[in-house]
Write a protein that binds this ligand. Structure first.
Ligand code: ADP
Ligand code: MG
Length: 664
């Protein structure tokens, strides 16, 4: 046998050993028997026990599924869907894109006709259900991370329950990391669900709290991480740090890398591995690689590392107790950093004790822990429901209020979503779906952005609107290193437009796009623009263009730009976001100006966010439409464009007559 073959065999054997060492392995037979005998199986097992990577493989290997059908495994997060699929492909000795394993997430579908095991975000499976409500392509549907209670997984519960009623051949496996499964059991009671509890192995984890609340969480993270590193020279276990988002991860990556070069000569090296959704696939996989000898790995992760993915070798956890999530405050939804629940804090600390005793540093006082909610509020009770209401309507569910939700959202929120969709033209007066509503649902963006894109097709500025929507889909385009703040600001100035923030984003995209591909990395560095984010924008834009082309009559319409005239694209923004209109109420100085939202039942006073290009503009525009409301000490509006009052009346005549009269 040649050397290459021997190496391959060795690697296969090693992989088989690793798989057999997971707690779930001993349960393989009973899992398969249960799935054979019960149409709904609920599997509970500690994070890292092997549920996600193994159970789909067991089912696949058992050949219990119909040869023409697939196994779907859903994940609330795209990074999890991608990394898990890659891991499973590797374990099976196959390759994503040709072999039986594939993944499908928004803007990135690697599945082929050969795909049998399809890892996907919950949102993608909901989108498939729009076309095929009984999910005919699948014989087994695995709803993973069910404890997480993401909005789209919650909708899938209702969807698969309906599918089970019409398809006797369908099997559903619900997987959860917490013991609390009563809700799932009672929801599926007609199918007599079987519950399997996989005992985990957990080592003790020592918990430390801070003496008092800390003012600067990033500073506390930095100090704690370096301290762990220097205090534990003999234990080079990895450190897992929970941060709130890409911005903080990138800041911390910079700080730690910088400090890493200035450590005492005797200290081990640091290897900083960020992991978040907007990073390239290869870079995401890097976090899973074992650290080289004598090097300590520090993993900087969002909530993704809480239960969705497990990185081996973690012995220390640093937890600031924060999470960034969507939620409603007042009348509008936005992203906000909030405290985690006690259950989440326990999940996070548990990550340190998988392979050996570990330590968790909670960067808040113990009294604060006692005050945390025992459990997180499920997303369906926290966020706006337009997207799901539209999806349910497209699936033919007319009675939204009567839908069999696993946990009922607030009726008021459902009604608000129905109203908003009606205002956007998705429904007729009798509540039935309009063709426009159906088209809106076919675009993988929220209904407001969908309407904006559709209007842009009419106004001959689709290319501009596509760029804006793609730019808004990524978190941070600009960065400004501490020591070069002024330079970064002056570089940014060249993109600024009096026509608003979205137009500035459009200018950035166009300047980037006009740069030769090979020069783009340098161009980004020179302009303090995040190259990775721009690459993602390109990808998102390309895919969105594909979706919009299907709606448009000709390809030419999709590539039309109205620039340098920005009126059409601003009008398109108004068409989608007129509910976010605000009018100036006080002060002719922009930085002091107040605005009042125009369409809420309760008018809110808002200020322009200091990051807006309009912040310094004098006099301030009388009317604006904004994309986002941010809550810090004040209510700020971010990403806004100045508009004319007439555009509002034009975009939503029924809506604005009333408002008009009110403000005359
Ligand atoms: P669970 O779903 O029960 O939380 P998983 O199936 O995600 O467990 O993880 C089982 C094991 O697979 C863990 O030891 C984890 O570290 C390992 N694993 C998962 N993904 C990867 C990867 N991309 N590279 C290396 N190991 C991985
Ligand atoms: Mg899992």
């Amino acid at each position: 046998m040649d050397a290459k073959k021997t190496r391959e065999l060795d690697a296969r054997e090693a992989m088989a050993k690793v798989r057999a060492s997971l707690p779930i392995f001993q349960w393989k037979k009973s899992i398969l028997d249960t799935v054979r005998n019960s149409r709904v199986v609920i599997v509970v097992g500690e994070t890292g026990s092997g549920k996600t990577t193994q159970i789909p493989q067991y089912i696949f290997e058992s050949k219990m599924t119909a040869p023409t059908k697939r196994i779907a495994v859903t994940q609330p997060r795209r990074v999890a869907a991608i990394t898990v699929a890659q891991r499973v492909a590797e374990e099976m000795g196959s390759v994503i894109g040709t072999g039986p394993v594939g993944y499908c997430v928004r803007f990135d579908d690697t599945t082929t006709p050969n795909t049998k095991l399809k890892f996907m975000t919950d949102g993608m499976l909901v989108r498939e259900a729009l076309l095929s409500p009984s999910l005919d392509a699948y014989s087994v549907i695995v709803l993973d991370e069910a404890h997480e209670r993401s909005l789209q997984t919650d909708i899938l519960f209702g969807v698969v329950k309906r599918a089970l009623a019409v398809r006797k051949d369908l099997r559903v496996v619900v997987m959860s990391a917490t013991l609390d499964v009563g809700l799932f059991e009672s929801f599926f009671k007609e199918s007599a669900p079987a519950v399997l509890r996989i005992p985990g192995r957990m080592h003790p984890v020592e918990i430390f709290y801070t003496a008092k609340a800390l003012p600067d969480y990033l500073d506390a993270v930095l100090v704690t991480t370096l301290q762990i590193h220097l205090d534990n020279p003999d234990n080079n276990g990895s450190v897992l740090v929970f941060l709130t988002g890409q911005d903080d991860i990138e800041t911390m990556e910079g700080l730690l890398t910088d400090y890493g070069t200035r450590l005492p000569a005797t200290a081990a090296k640091l290897l900083v591995c960020p992991i978040f959704s907007a990073m390239p696939r290869e870079a995401q996989m890097l976090a899973f690689e074992p650290a080289p000898r004598g090097v300590r790995k520090v993993i900087l992760a969002t909530n993704i590392a809480e239960t969705s993915i497990t990185i081996n070798g973690v012995r220390f956890v640093v937890d600031a107790g924060l999470v960034k999530q969507r939620s409603f405050v007042g009348h509008m939804e936005h992203l906000q950093v909030e405290s985690i629940s006690q259950a989440q804090a326990w999940q996070r600390s548990g990550r340190a004790g998988r392979e050996a005793p570990g330590v968790c540093y909670r960067l808040f006082p113990e009294e604060k822990f006692e005050e945390l909610e025992p459990r997180a509020v499920p997303e369906i009770k926290r966020v706006s429901l337009e997207v799901v209401v539209l999806q349910l309507k497209v699936m033919g569910i007319d009675d939204i209020i009567g839908f069999d939700f696993i946990e009922r959202p607030n009726t008021n929120n459902l009604l608000k979503a129905l109203e908003k969709l009606y205002a956007l033209g998705a429904f007729n007066t009798d509540g039935s779906l309009t063709p426009r509503g159906r088209t809106m649902a076919s675009l993988p963006v929220d209904p407001m952005c969908a309407v904006m894109l559709l209007k842009a097709l009419e106004l001959g500025c689709a290319a501009d609107a596509l760029s804006v929507v793609a730019m808004l889909s990524v978190e941070s385009i600009f960065y400004s290193p501490r020591e070069q703040k002024e330079k970064a600001a002056s570089s940014r100035a060249q993109f600024v437009s009096v026509d608003g923030d979205q137009i500035m984003l459009l200018n950035v995209f166009n300047a980037y796009n006009q740069t030769a591909s090979k020069q783009r990395g340098k161009w980004c560095r020179d302009h303090f623009i995040n190259h990775r984010a721009m690459q993602r924008v390109e990808k998102v834009r390309e895919q969105l263009t594909g979706y919009l082309s299907k709606v448009a009559e000709t390809d030419a319409v999709v590539t039309a730009s109205a620039l340098p005239d920005t009126v059409p694209v601003r009008k398109a923004i108004v068409a989608g976001f007129f509910l976010n209109a605000a009018m100036r109420t006080k002060s002719a100085l922009m930085s002091k100006a107040s605005f009042q939202t125009m369409c809420n039942a309760v008018k809110e006073d808002v200020k322009v966010h200091p990051s807006s290009v309009l912040f310094m503009r004098n006099p301030p525009p009388r009317y604006v439409v904004f994309n986002e409301l941010v809550f810090t000490s004040k209510h700020y509006i971010r990403n806004l464009v100045p508009i004319e009052k007439d555009w509002l009346v034009e975009a939503a005549p029924q809506f604005f007559k009333k408002v008009d009269q009110m403000h005359q």
